[in-house]
Design a protein around this ligand. Structure first.
Ligand SMILES: C[S@@+](CC[C@H](N)C(=O)[O-])C[C@H]1O[C@@H](n2cnc3c(N)ncnc32)[C@H](O)[C@@H]1O
Ligand code: SF4
Length: 503
């Protein structure tokens, strides 16, 4: 019966698992048969549909706390400058730099990123100059004894602009700051536009982590979402990037829940991905938020997969990846067993910022540059304008373009710590958090909407294990971690609902 909660441990044989699957999921036999052929071990976890029905309602993604939709326009350039000056004192003192390149050669209909159609070469050049100007303005105020641990280029499509521009920005940063040993210099790229010359230039510019936006290997799916496939075999891209670069890491990004995707064809995509042996892999749950990204309305015409089919895609990806040497990091990230993130997760040292998961080693104050960039400092968020023209013209006049932001209250700093700990390390040890925050366990709980009845319900449903001292997410509760986080969040408990669903 679908209503039976069960979690299949490693010890259960494949034969037994297939019996279960045969009873539970009809119509997906090919999918699981194919998995059995490639990986004759076991399945690790399957999702209880009853729980899903109960908990698959809109909750924040908690990429930040408070979520970005709480930022206000009262927070402007003066507040940001003040926060930058104070940030030299904050811990951790590492500097993390985010650079937003908003341009894309072709707009994907699923896109929820801050992306814009590529403009004329003069505008791109002016944008690059504006970035340099903003970097000089902000970094001149930073204490140069602090070290850079991470640079991340996101978009849009950073490889949509000339590679020389990215080289120049990196050179400026390398010459301005000291760096920690083995810093992460990462870039998101669309493989449709990568060339060997471009990759050579990017490697020379110092990039040591590439995230390739694959999304799906199925041509029909890519056609339906208005996206070009990779311009050359992805294995050639990875081989070229890794050649003579022992520290090079390659991530692959996928999305499930798009038109024309099924559990069967998405599992083919994931199996193909595994053959490429990426260091990390992300399977994003497609976030359908047409009230924010109007272009997504086009996908409604194509027809999105039924909710249960989307869940099967998640299950298939999870099963295939975890049986092929990858470990799940949070809900949608997977990393190989030697990866820094996997080790940090095991040691409960995982952290995250707007760029995604990171470790305590790379965690720092995040200074963001470019349109829509969100800086993430100890007690403050600050976001730049969304207008490319405004950004360029204000930078030419030496003015910052902060359009909104947020200063956390002392209570929100505590809630953020609780939620981050839960989202990253799947547990809350109250007295440990108390030590970090300089208060007792009871005081930490009191700052959140700690609700014993709600938590007991989550425990009865098998999502958490609960004691006075500790809350632990169970393996089957992993999927509902955002719901557990929301139970401590005064803002969400007050009734905000325009978020996406967990799956
Ligand atoms: C800035 S894009 C990556 C770089 C490049 N623009 C590309 O598409 O290859 C970041 C990633 O966000 C994910 N993404 C975009 N829109 C999304 C949505 N609506 N829901 C979930 N993930 C999404 C995609 O997997 C994409 O690779
Ligand atoms: S998914 Fe990437 S390439 Fe497609 S529109 Fe969004 S940012 Fe641009």
């Amino acid at each position: 019966m679908l209503s039976v909660l069960f979690f299949i441990k490693n010890s259960i044989s494949l034969h037994r698992v297939n019996l279960f699957l045969g009873q539970r999921i009809s119509g997906a036999d090919n999918l699981y048969l194919a998995t059995r052929i490639t990986q004759p071990e076991t399945f690790e976890a399957m999702i209880n549909r009853e729980l899903l029905e109960k908990y698959n309602h809109p909750v924040p993604r908690y990429t930040s706390y408070p979520p970005a939709n709480f930022f206000t326009e009262e927070f402007g350039p003066a507040s940001y400058l003040e926060a930058i000056d104070q940030s030299n004192q904050w811990n951790p003192q590492n500097i993390s730099i985010y650079i937003h390149i908003p341009f894309c050669l072709k707009m994907c209909f699923f896109c929820g990123c801050n992306s814009y159609a590529l403009r004329q070469a003069e505008v791109v050049e002016a944008y690059h100059k504006a970035l340099i100007q903003e970097i000089k303005m902000i970094t001149s105020r930073l204490d140069k004894k602090r070290r850079v641990s991470q640079i991340h280029y996101g978009g849009g499509t950073p490889n949509a602009i000339p590679v020389e521009y990215l080289q120049e920005i990196n050179e400026l940063l390398f010459s301005t700051f000291e760096f920690i040993p083995d810093p992460e210099i990462a870039i998101e790229v669309n493989p449709a536009y990568l060339t060997f010359d471009q990759m050579t230039g990017l490697k020379k510019a110092g990039f040591n982590r590439f995230s390739l936006g694959i999304q799906d290997f199925n041509d029909e799916v890519l056609d339906a979402v208005n996206r070009e496939k990779a311009g050359m075999p992805v294995e050639d891209i990875i081989a070229f990037l890794k050649q003579d670069s022992p520290n090079m890491a390659v991530n692959l990004d996928f999305i499930y829940g798009l038109p024309k995707q099924t559990a069967v064809n998405f599992s083919e995509t994931i199996r193909k991905a595994i053959e490429l042996k990426p260091d990390r892999l992300v399977t994003f749950s497609y976030a359908h938020v047409p009230w924010v990204s109007k272009i997504q309305k086009k996908l409604e015409k194509e027809g999105l997969p039924a909710p249960d089919e989307k869940i099967k895609m998640y299950e298939a990806a999870f099963s295939i990846l975890t049986q092929n040497g990858y470990e799940a990091i949070g809900m949608d990230h997977y990393a190989n067993s030697n990866d820094e993130l996997t080790v940090a997760r095991r040691n409960k040292q995982l952290h995250r910022n707007f760029q995604g998961y990171c470790t305590r080693r790379t965690t720092g104050q995040v200074y963001a540059f470019g349109v829509t960039g969100i800086s993430q400092l100890e007690g403050v968020y600050a976001q730049n304008t969304k207008s490319i023209d405004e950004y360029i013209s204000k930078m030419n006049q030496g003015e910052l373009t902060t359009i909104k932001g947020y200063t956390l209250t002392p209570q929100q700093v505590v809630v953020r710590e609780v939620i981050t700990e839960l989202m990253c390390n799947e547990q809350i040890v109250w007295n440990h958090l108390g030590e970090i925050l300089g208060m007792t366990s009871a005081e930490v709980k009191n700052q959140t909407t700690y609700n014993p009845e709600l938590l007991q319900q989550l425990a009865d449903d098998g999502i958490i294990t609960l004691s006075e001292e500790k809350i632990q997410i169970t393996p089957e509760g992993q999927l509902f971690i955002r719901n557990v986080a929301a139970s401590f969040d005064p803002l969400t408990q007050a009734g905000q609902t325009n978020f996406s669903k967990p799956i």
